[in-house]
Write a protein that binds this ligand. Structure first.
Ligand code: NAD
Length: 366
């Protein structure tokens, strides 16, 4: 056996053991030499419905990085849709390469045909590195795509609904922590004032909170600070800031052993996906430090609620009403975590897993 074929065998057996670890159903590798498309679609679980999850376009350092990322993201989508009460499973796609060099109509239409071949088992949407325009090209080849512009019958940008859900989760967290859900006079730091962060800042300032913002984009900082009278803080100073609430709305895996110790906030509640660098270790550390953590995949589920609404005929009012329910769900999570003496992240996971497990029993009858 040559070294190359041995590596191929090892990688192949690795992939199956990786899929088995978290019970992923299917992974599809899509290659097209003509357009340079190299994509992986990963379907974690389709018990509740077709797997829905966006397409991330990113220049991964290695194929293994892309494989790990797509599996992790697909699994996260299963729990997010489940806890949001949607009839959707979890899936995700990643496209490898430099978006600025590879994007074209043919590229996304080819990808659309790969999605179409899955007969509705996977529905795609926008994610990091992809836009509504890219979704429009995919739509030319398959109906299994959401996140289209409003003018094309879609729901448009889901970020306002996501931000509203985070705001609801934050108010519920305030109720749990201080007995009142009013955020008036509370000091809130928002890390990342992008599409979601800015809408969140708007809700907070309207309610009379004192808002601090950090971002790597100086232009956005100047604009948002001027519009909402928010105070700008240095990127790394945000963790040690003397605030009541910390809202991570930038990138994932940002809560780690070092910066959790610096936090003075009583609540962590933000939009970023997969905030805990290590779900178990950092979930416990946050709880031991008496910080109320609103689970990310619950409070940021407004985005998936919004795109799901496209499948049933888009209605923004219904999407907002569903996102409002994040308030009650967040309170339930705090109650369960206390009763069962587990972290809030673990409590949310248990609820999401139970719904999938319970529905599997219903599905078994034709
Ligand atoms: P975005 O790209 O519009 O905004 C992210 C912001 O974070 C940008 O302004 C960026 O400059 C800033 N940023 C990057 N690195 C930073 C750093 N080190 N410190 C401070 N700021 C930094 O993204 P978005 O759509 O607002 O999403 C924000 C987060 O919420 C992401 O993690 C995303 O996955 C998650 N999320 C978004 C939605 C949605 O509807 N858009 C839904 C669910 C989850």
């Amino acid at each position: 056996m040559t070294q190359a074929s041995e590596n191929a065998t090892n990688n192949g057996s690795n992939i199956f053991s990786q899929l088995a670890t978290f019970d992923h159903e299917q992974m599809v590798f899509c290659n097209d030499n003509a357009t340079g498309l190299r994509a992986i679609i990963c379907i974690h679980n389709t018990v509740l419905g077709p797997g829905l999850g966006g397409t991330r376009f990113y220049n991964y350092a290695s194929e293994q990085d892309a494989i790990i990322d797509v599996q992790r993201l697909a699994r996260g989508m299963s729990f997010k849709s489940s806890i949001a009460g949607l009839n959707l499973g979890g899936a995700k796609a990643v496209i490898m390469g430099d978006p600025s060099k590879l994007k074209s109509e043919a590229f996304f239409r080819k990808f659309g045909r790969f999605i179409e071949n899955l007969n509705g088992k996977y529905i795609t949407a926008e994610d990091v590195g992809t836009t509504t325009k890219d979704m429009e090209y995919i739509k030319m080849e398959t109906d299994n795509v959401v996140g289209l512009p409003e003018i094309k019958g879609g729901g448009g940008d889901p970020s306002p609904v996501t931000a509203y859900g985070v705001y609801m989760g934050m108010k519920a967290s305030a109720k749990e922590t201080w007995g009142s859900d009013s955020l008036s006079g509370k000091r809130v730091s928002v890390q990342g004032i992008g599409k979601v962060g800015e809408h969140l800042v708007e809700h907070l300032t309207k309610e009379g909170a004192k808002v601090y913002i950090a971002d790597v984009n100086q232009e956005a900082l100047a604009r948002v600070s001027k519009t909402y009278n928010a105070e700008v803080v240095a990127k790394d100073a945000i963790y040690g800031l003397d605030v009541d609430i910390f809202a991570p709305c930038a990138m994932g895996a940002i809560l780690n052993t070092e910066n959790i110790q610096q936090l003075k906030a009583a609540i962590i509640c933000g939009a970023a996906n997969n905030q805990l660098a290590d779900e178990v270790l950092h979930g416990k550390l946050i709880s031991n430090n008496n910080i109320n953590y609103a689970p990310d995949f619950l409070v940021n589920s407004g985005g998936i609620i919004n795109v799901y609404s496209e499948l049933t005929g888009y209605n923004r009012q219904i999407a907002y009403a569903q996102a409002e329910n994040i308030y009650n769900q967040t309170l339930e999570i705090y109650k369960k975590a206390k009763e069962d003496k587990i972290t809030t992240h673990h409590a949310a996971l248990q609820i999401a897993e139970k719904r999938i497990h319970d529905y599997a029993k219903v599905k078994s009858t034709y």
